[in-house]
Design a binder for this molecule. Sequence first.
Ligand SMILES: [Zn+2]
Length: 317
Amino acid sequence: MVTPESDEEKGKYKKEEGDEDETAEGEKVKECPECGSKSLVRDYGKAELFCADCGLVIAENIVDLGPEWRAFDFEQASRRARVGAPMTYRIHDKGLSTLVTWGLQGQGQYKLKKWQQRTHIANTTERSFIFALSEIDRMASALRLPMNIREAASMLYRRAMKKRLIRGRSIEGITTAILYIACRQYGVPRTLEEVREISRVGQKEISRAYRFLLRELDLKVSPASPVDFVPRFCSLLDLSGEISSKAIEIIKRATEKELTNGRGPIGIAAAAIYIAAILSGEHRTQKEVSDVTGVTEVTIRNRYKELSEQLDIDVLL
Ligand SMILES: [Zn+2]
């Protein structure tokens, strides 16, 4: 079963005076720990603090809902229903009982029981591992990830399993977060939105597993560079390598002028591509760029205005 909220996570968040939010560790949050963006949104309806640029749910239960927890649980449940019920792995015990019907008596019975328990645990671990690998494989195929990233993800999963981090958590959430991490480590980042689309769980569950794994496995994942997203986004938008180079050039200039500070890398990449396409006479609409990158049209508009103004680029539509 999926554990919606572990006890440690539940109820720790209290509303604070002032306009900063707290995470489970009680740190003040001013920017997204994932992408460094300062565009954070507090959604009191969902009791979440999330990043408008990369979509990471940074903190949950940001409002002390007190007796209205039920309502929150209900809301959460209905949202989960909307994203599709996760296909959580369940243990099927078929076959085992027929194996142990012979000679259940005395010493033999005890030994057999022990053996049965041990086999049962081994089978359960084995099966959930097999399920995890098949999930990694399924999602990696959908995301067209190369073999080395699948292997890295499997290794990471094995590490998490050895540290007993999987217990009581959804394998779907953990495997999605692991794949997301592996992509970053190999410099071919996928957006949270992209992994959510092919995952069996929602943004919140992925974010939670991601934060949990970074903490428990002590992983340092450096922020993605906008440049890392450009070639793939360009090819998805059917834009040439020339435009891709031009977009990277714009990003480099923007970085030199420190225009990228406090801005999510995906939004910067989206805006640079938008500009580069126009300059090359291959106009793509903000809607088209938004569909591919997952960045809202508003963000694209804001970033593109900032970049074109600050870098003195004449963008004639
Ligand atoms: Zn972010």
